[in-house]
Design a protein around this ligand. Sequence first.
Ligand code: ADP
Length: 254
Amino acid sequence: MEPIVQYKDVHKSFGQTEVLKGIDLDIKPSEKVALIGPSGSGKTTIIRMLMTLEEPTAGIIEVNGENLWQMEKKGEWVTADENHLRSIRGDIGMVFQHFNLFPHMTILENCMLAPVLVKNESKSEVKATAVEMLEKVGLGDKIELYPAQLSGGQKQRVAMARALMMRPKVMLFDEVTSALDPELVGEVLEVIRDLAKEGEMAMILVTHEMDFALDIADRVVFLNEGVIEEQGAPSEILMNPESERLQDFLGRFT
Ligand code: ADP
């Protein structure tokens, strides 16, 4: 099966500092990949590049076989234009650590905003989808509320519904529970677990929740200082780590 996402020898530097040092990573359609590793190892940068929020310094990233940053025009490869980026980005949804909801809009309006702006769908169609997605994350009875009236966990579930609006093929989750009070973490993980069970979307999750990774991921990728140090089935990686660095890292969670 062709991968939905491919990183081919991807490097990324900020100024003089190389934070990713040659990443090769294939993700199959519907595969769930947990990305773990110490703070500063480059996890967020990997997924921000897929969301086109950062450009690689070298190497290639493909989504559905299409190069993210280059496009073919009249037989030549040229830098991708905004239309090309937007069309690829349409396949990708992202949920951040902080929810970034618009405070002056209801949660229904928050979910409707982007699709109304970019899709050729009527407002009533978009609204029906928004209600469906908010129901999916367990907020069907809250659609007229404003973000300030919700708990952190509920806000994060709105952020997920909003990302689902575009029916992405790949969903990126960047430490989505780390800004939440501990008692709110469970409800957010539960929604992700349900989405994972539905099965269709590929997911890349940056997480420090090792039990969760063990439970839902098909593969765990351990990143250390900008390189993939070890990867494999969750039980192998989390229960029988080979490299000393991974053993050290996992030791911090016990
Ligand atoms: P992680 O998600 O594993 O904590 P990040 O991908 O956020 O790691 O960051 C990797 C390294 O890149 C860190 O040292 C961070 O300070 C640096 N970095 C990330 N984004 C930027 C940026 N926009 N400018 C400069 N340095 C950055």
